[in-house]
Design a protein around this ligand. Structure first.
Ligand code: BGC
Length: 348
């Protein structure tokens, strides 16, 4: 079958190649791959900057924002042919560490976790794939065109869960949230903030294209000004940071409301230096009981929360997040950013 593969660490190795049909192990589901979303991590893998092939192999099938339709399901699996499903990205480490042993593989402590399409396990950008029923999430059939948004939604469901858990260390009744970055992660974070009844503000650089209207149509407020000034004006109780840009991160961190919680979700490249008032920032964090948290990946509970959030969202709005749908053989189009792109999807 045809699949999108890469030789990790080798720039320009991304290609559609023939790979063996996946064989379902005992108990596994066999799934027809419908589509995958492309994200920044996929672009890093394609650039040779991230990603690991399965042991003993050169090529990795990429794709971790999956969507498929069950073809074969063993009886007792809880799934049936025709079900719309998404495969979970991460698997626990083999030791397992305490977190993985408790189902919190998103919090793995020894770094030996594996990830479909990213780290040592083939991903979902193939015409068929197999998955263990315990790592498959059934979607509302209404989400047939947008279900590949589940994985990025699981990432923001985790971010909100972290914020709420950390906030609960003392009295916490957040009213205002600022989301920095209006890419798919930022927009989905804003959706979940609005669903929680918060006043949501979204900051990005652009003043045209689809992002301002996508934000406004959620009932949130769009800003394109200076990050520090916007944060000072909004005075957010919660920040979901989705740019990974140092100047934005520290400008908003210095301007939250007291007891402000900043959740960092953007993966940045190392080596970018900025000048900041470390004393002033430290003083502000200490005197206000502020928190900065990092958040990556998602566990099964977050996938369930994300599936629920998407089922409750406006389908037309979710569809507008998908800027382009590109066939598998046109992979290079999918990996070249267009000026108006929010999410690009590869159809399998
Ligand atoms: C994925 C996560 C993954 C992370 C690090 C992100 O793009 O959405 O599931 O854990 O990359 O590999």
């Amino acid at each position: 079958m045809r699949a999108l593969t890469v030789i990790p660490s080798q720039k320009d190795s991304l290609a559609v190649t023939d790979v063996p049909e996946p064989e379902p192990g005992e108990g596994d589901l066999l799934v027809e791959g419908l589509a995958v979303g492309v994200c920044g991590t996929d672009k890093e893998i394609a650039a040779g900057e991230y990603g690991w092939a399965p042991p003993g192999r050169d090529r990795l099938v990429i794709g971790h924002e999956s969507l498929g339709r069950v073809r074969q399901a063993p009886s007792g699996s809880g799934f049936a042919p025709g079900d719309l499903v998404v495969g979970v990205v991460r698997r626990p480490d083999p030791v397992p560490c305490g977190a993985c042993a408790h189902g919190q593989f998103d919090m793995c402590r020894n770094g030996r976790y594996t990830e479909r399409g990213i780290k040592e396990l083939d991903g979902y950008a193939g015409q068929s794939w197999v998955v263990e029923p315990g790592y498959a999430v059934r979607l509302d059939p209404r989400l047939a065109d947008v279900g590949m948004l589940l994985e990025p939604t699981s990432v923001v469901a985790k971010a909100w869960d972290e914020v709420e858990k950390v906030g609960a260390r003392a009295w916490f009744a957040p009213k205002t949230a600022l989301v920095t970055g209006a890419g798919p992660i930022g927009l989905l974070a804003a959706l979940l903030g609005v669903q929680r009844g918060l006043e949501v503000h979204v900051l990005d650089r652009v003043t045209d294209g689809p992002k301002p209207a996508l934000v406004r149509d959620l009932g949130a407020v769009y800003h394109a000004g200076d990050a520090g000034e916007v944060a000072a004006k909004v005075s957010p109780d919660v920040v979901i940071e989705a740019t990974g840009a140092g100047p934005v991160i520290f400008a908003v961190a210095a301007n939250t409301a007291p007891y402000g919680i900043v959740c960092l979700t953007g993966v940045s490249s190392a080596g970018r230096r900025i000048t900041l008032d470390a004393g002033g920032l430290n003083r502000d964090i200490v005197l206000q009981n502020d928190v900065l948290i990092g958040s990556v990946n998602a566990n099964l509970g977050h996938y369930a929360g994300a599936a629920d959030a998407l089922a409750r969202a406006d389908l037309a709005w979710l569809n507008r997040l998908i800027s382009r749908r590109v066939p598998l053989e046109a992979l290079h189009d999918a990996f070249t950013a267009g000026p108006q792109d929010v999410k690009v999807v590869i159809e399998l």
